[in-house]
Design a protein around this ligand. Structure first.
Ligand code: COA
Ligand code: AMP
Length: 631
């Protein structure tokens, strides 16, 4: 039997043995009693009875093993023209001091801390300091507006917020602190302290009694030791877009997460201790949590921490410069980044300026890898280009070409086969498994492997409703697709109202909720349209309240402003049009799927439950006038 088949079969038939073996890669204060506690499905808990600390495993143990002088992070920041290297020993000192400072203001095991920071190392120190104390961090992506931050403050109820005065996004200087101040003001939950890292290019006002300067905070603090936590204790909450304005608080536990990520670094990414690894994402997304911070550190690798963009900082050669300068073995990013580079430098002129002979593999995820981008990247780089599919909920790959186990032949358009631990299947809407090459709902048979979400923060019911009830006994991924006769999975896209903009996950439902607050809007629908660069972009169709006769262009501008203010620039909401009415079923459900198909130029079936079929022609005409489907 081929190596991949053997390991995959072992993981599904004997998960306890498989993951107990993998757990040997982690240091435990006390070993687990049960590998997987399946006494209360669909709530599965991994390594119950085990005691460990994630920060210890990510930092201290490497120092104790004599690798204190190895570089843990390389912060490369073209936007501030600086490169900073931090060894494991230095990282241990910084994180222990920051943890001590947090302890001095009363943060202890189980408390929550929100981190709203740009791509600076202090963000990673903050995450690790929380982990050191057993406090639960929740990193909020810096592109989200005050209102989104406030929603998360109310739900996570943090004692403390850690932030920075600002960021440089490409060439723009953005102040973060006013956003934090506004979020604190509008949130009902009151935080006790706000720790602010002042960056030289933008200083922030400090509120006396509440705000603490980061340097003052750590100066004079006593280093804190790692606090043993239960394997099942939460390490972090990461909010991700669902189908409504209320994001889902995905929980990650400590033990299962450390075991799975440590295992994945070698099995999926072929990264060993001491290798240089680069994940070009942001700590605000799951990729940043798993593969900028925790995964590479748990493995004792060197992680490149990039504060820049694929283009414009300063040019389309930025990625090749970093690979060459830091000796990067493998890079992980989103296909959008490569589409951006391809657009600026289609012939790959920049690559010839750098020696990237150290580079062995490119990993892409976060959105569908279109065959054009795949072939362009493969031909240019002449190394394997590996697509892999996963979600915030799972925290690591569900389907991938596990190069560290056995490199499978690549089939363009497929992220390859199920990762060991994930029993991936395709079901029809009635829950029957479909045959090869038949499209349906992609699901994973329970239990999910360690490291995946045990539930949603303070919301077991939503966990069950969102993922576990449509197909009992299976995790519903909300992605549609098929599996071919060789077991290769093809992911065709979301079946719900979540869209993917430049590898960022956003909710059209949340945008609709914001637009609906505009005083002139009676109702609206937002759906994703295809975009050459960002994969998808949102488009809104709205119905005006009767009697409104204001200039429509003004209203459209107000809608764009509203979505930027309430959700953030990252939503990229720019296009909308008025319509007389929206297509709906007789029970009042808006037919977003039908509009999406019309805009994409795909075949669609008008549901028999449609209220008034004639409206489809009106919608088609409006979308055609907007340039959809693209020629
Ligand atoms: N803080 C504040 N604002 C942010 C931000 C952050 N961390 N990240 C993005 N934004 C803002 C941008 O400035 C932009 O604002 P604007 O409308 O005022 O110009 C808006 O959000 C949209 O940003 P983005 O989608 O990143 O568009 P872009 O045109 O600036 O860059 C790409 C396009 C393709 C270069 C960029 O999206 C990219 O690098 N993508 C890679 C994707 C990635 O790493 N995904 C992570 C998951 S693996
Ligand atoms: P996020 O939770 O932000 O990681 O987004 C997860 C969603 O992104 C998935 O449900 C998919 O729709 C999409 N996605 C991620 N990776 C891939 C991939 N390799 N191929 C296709 N879609 C992907």
């Amino acid at each position: 039997m081929a190596k991949y088949d053997e390991i995959f079969t072992e993981s599904i038939e004997h998960p306890e043995k498989f993951w107990a073996d993998a757990a040997e890669g982690i240091d435990w204060y006390q070993k687990w009693d049960t590998v997987v506690d399946d006494s209360n499905p669909p709530f599965y808990r991994w390594f119950t009875g085990g005691l460990m600390n994630t920060c210890y495993n990510a930092v201290d143990r490497h120092v104790e093993a004599g690798r204190g002088d190895q570089t843990a992070f390389i912060h490369d920041s073209p936007v501030t023209d600086s490169i900073t290297k931090v060894t494991y020993k230095e990282l241990q000192e910084k994180v222990a001091l920051l943890a001590g400072a947090l302890q001095s203001i009363g943060v202890t095991k189980g408390d929550t801390v929100i981190i709203y920071m740009p791509m600076i190392l202090e963000a990673a120190y903050a995450m690790l300091a929380c982990a050191r104390l057993g406090a639960v961090h929740s990193v909020v992506f810096g592109g989200f507006a005050a209102n989104e931050l406030a929603i998360r403050i109310n739900h996570a109820e943090p004692k403390v917020i850690m932030t920075a005065s600002g960021a440089i996004e490409g060439t723009k200087i953005l102040a973060y602190k006013p956003i934090v101040d506004e979020a604190i003001d509008i949130a009902d939950h009151k935080i006790e302290k706000c720790v602010v890292y002042q960056r030289p290019f933008v200083t922030s006002d400090m509120q006396e009694g509440r705000d603490i300067d980061w340097n003052d905070f750590v100066n004079g603090a006593q280093p804190a030791d790692c606090v043993p936590v239960a394997a099942t204790d939460p390490l972090y909450i990461l909010y991700t877009s669902g189908t409504t304005g209320m994001p889902k608080g995905v929980i990650r536990d400590n033990g299962g997460h450390a075991v799975a990520l440590h295992w994945s670094m070698k099995a999926i990414y072929d990264i060993d201790t001491g290798d240089v690894w680069w994940s070009a994402s942001d700590v605000g997304w799951v990729v940043g949590h798993s593969y900028i911070v925790y995964g590479p550190l748990l493995k004792g690798a060197t992680s490149v921490f990039y504060e820049g963009k694929p283009i414009g900082t300063p040019d389309a050669g930025a990625f090749w410069r970093l690979i060459s300068e830091h000796g990067v073995k493998s890079l992980f990013t989103a296909p959008t980044a490569f589409r951006a580079i391809k657009k600026e430098d289609p012939d790959g002129i920049f690559i010839s300026k750098y020696d990237i002979s150290c580079f062995e593999c490119l990993y892409l995820a976060g959105e569908r890898l279109d065959p054009d981008t795949y072939y362009w990247a493969s031909n240019l780089l002449k190394v394997p280009v590996i697509d892999h599919w996963w979600q915030t909920e799972t925290g690591w790959a569900i389907v991938a070409n596990c190069r560290g186990v056995e490199e499978l032949p690549v089939k363009a358009g497929s992220p390859s086969k199920s990762v060991p631990g994930y029993n991936v299947m395709v079901l029809d809407d009635e829950g029957n498994e479909v045959g090869a090459n038949t499209e349906g709902n992609i699901v994973v048979k329970l239990p999910l492997p360690p490291g995946t979400l045990p539930t949603l923060w303070k919301n077991d019911k939503r966990y069950i409703d969102s993922y576990m009830s449509t197909f009992p006994g299976y995790y519903e991924t909300s992605d549609g697709g098929y599996i071919d006769e060789d077991g290769y999975v093809y992911v065709m896209g979301r079946m719900d109202d979540v869209i993917n903009i430049a590898g960022h996950r956003l909710s059209t439902g949340a945008m609709e909720e914001v637009i609906a607050t505009h005083p002139d809007i009676a109702e609206c629908a937002v759906f994703g349209t295809e975009d050459q660069l960002k994969g998808q972009l949102p488009v809104g169709l709205f119905v005006l309240k009767s009697g409104v006769d204001r200039d429509v262009e003004e209203i459209q501008t107000e809608l764009v402003k509203l979505v930027r203010e309430k959700i953030g620039a990252i939503a990229c909401f720019r296009e909308s049009r008025p319509v007389i009415r929206l297509p709906k079923t007789r029970s009042g459900k808006i037919l977003r799927g039908t509009m999406r198909s019309i805009a994409a130029g795909k075949d669609y079936r008008i549901p028999s439950t449609i209220d008034d079929p004639t409206i489809i022609d009106e919608i088609t005409e409006t979308l055609n006038n907007m340039g959809y489907p693209p020629k």
